[in-house]
Ligand binder design. Structure first.
Ligand code: 13P
Length: 346
């Protein structure tokens, strides 16, 4: 294990004003996203779409790394360059989603466990050879309508899997991004989300320590603390930022270099506003970690609305990505504004 390299990659991923583009949608997920805009999910369409994202002019000003899916790591650009190599040429670090998705947790209706530990050591070695520099594993926790969820058993099982994955990744010098996502689905209050996120982070960091994970060479990818999508009481950006920061301060060790939020079904604008409010709060009280983004939908939604597989000119789609990346880059510094938002292409 090369601790210097693990930490250096973690720190470059959260370099000032930059964040991560999550473009690691699995086959069923990309199919769903494409279908919503009338595009069929063929291997060539997926390759073209992702090449369009990665070759966006100026992207590396705001994007430090991209999380890829297994298929994409093995694909080549139109000009025959391996896509991870293409990203490296643009000074963007290629990463890889290494979990195999979620299945129902036996005995616990409504709860999920993430699969992918079997054979993981060999897959990680291969990913590293193919050019990946960091990895991601996503665990999913549900609140829903049941006041006893997430269960302790589900939290423990997922935390153990995250810790096993993180330790294995570090063994081959892949910086692990640890992603325990408490879902926004449901009518729960922001307070319930805070409790569930707090319980999750506490168990996750206990497990990471038990598995001797080198925390300086990791990043955390959590949900923001939000009311459920169906909750009648909405929260302001300041309330979200305060609850999220309180939860992180109580549970995330200062050794962790950065926290890269997932967007998790927030609209692109909401995700940016919330990230901005968090960084505004940090201007008053300095925090031990960088607060950044690792957005999938919140970066790609406007791009998908503009992209067509048969169009010769990808400029409109690339401008949409550049604009969202720029807004989130500004939110990293607490400098996002409506003026900046409306200065972009729509
Ligand atoms: P969203 O930002 O769309 O939640 O995706 C981030 C991600 O990588 C989920 O695993």
């Amino acid at each position: 294990m090369n601790r210097n390299e693990l930490e250096a990659v973690a720190r470059s991923l959260v370099a000032s004003g930059k964040g991560i583009l999550a473009a690691d949608e699995s086959f069923p997920t990309i199919e769903k996203r494409f279908k919503a805009v009338g595009i069929s999910s063929t291997e060539e369409n997926r390759r073209r779409y992702r090449e369009t994202l990665f070759t966006t002019p100026g992207l590396n000003e705001f994007i430090s790394g991209v999380i890829l899916f297994d298929e994409t790591l093995r694909q080549k650009s139109r000009d025959g360059i391996a896509l991870p190599e293409l990203l490296s040429q643009h000074c963007i670090l290629p990463g890889i989603k290494v979990d195999k998705g979620t299945v129902a947790l036996a005995g616990f209706p409504g709860e999920k466990i993430t699969e992918g530990l079997d054979g993981l050591r060999g897959r990680l070695e291969e990913y590293r050879r193919l050019g990946a520099r960091f990895a991601k594993w996503r665990a999913v926790l549900t609140i829903g309508v049941n006041p006893t969820l997430p269960s302790r058993t589900c939290l423990q099982a997922n935390a153990q899997a995250l810790a096993r994955y993180a330790a294995l990744s570090q063994e081959v010098d892949l910086t692990p991004i640890v992603e325990p996502e408490v879902l926004m689905d449901g009518a729960h209050s922001i307070g319930r989300c805070e409790e569930a996120t707090q319980a999750t982070l506490q168990i996750v960091y206990d497990a990471l320590r038990e598995h001797r994970v080198f925390l300086e060479g990791t990043l955390l990818k959590p949900n923001m603390v939000l009311p459920g999508k169906l909750c009648p009481e909405k929260a302001t950006a300041e309330e979200v930022a305060e609850a999220t920061l309180r939860c992180l301060r109580r549970n995330v060790p200062a050794a962790v270099p950065g926290i890269v939020f997932l967007s998790g079904g927030q609209s692109p604008l909401q995700a940016t506003e919330h990230l901005n409010a968090l960084n505004v709060l940090c201007q008053n009280v300095e925090q031990p970690w960088e607060l950044s983004f690792s957005f999938g939908r919140a970066l790609q939604e406007p791009v998908l609305a503009k992209w067509r597989p048969d169009a010769d000119d990808p400029t409109a789609a690339q401008l949409a990505l550049f604009h969202r990346a720029r807004c989130n880059g500004a939110a990293r510094r607490g400098n996002y504004s409506l003026t900046l938002e409306t200065s972009g292409v729509h």
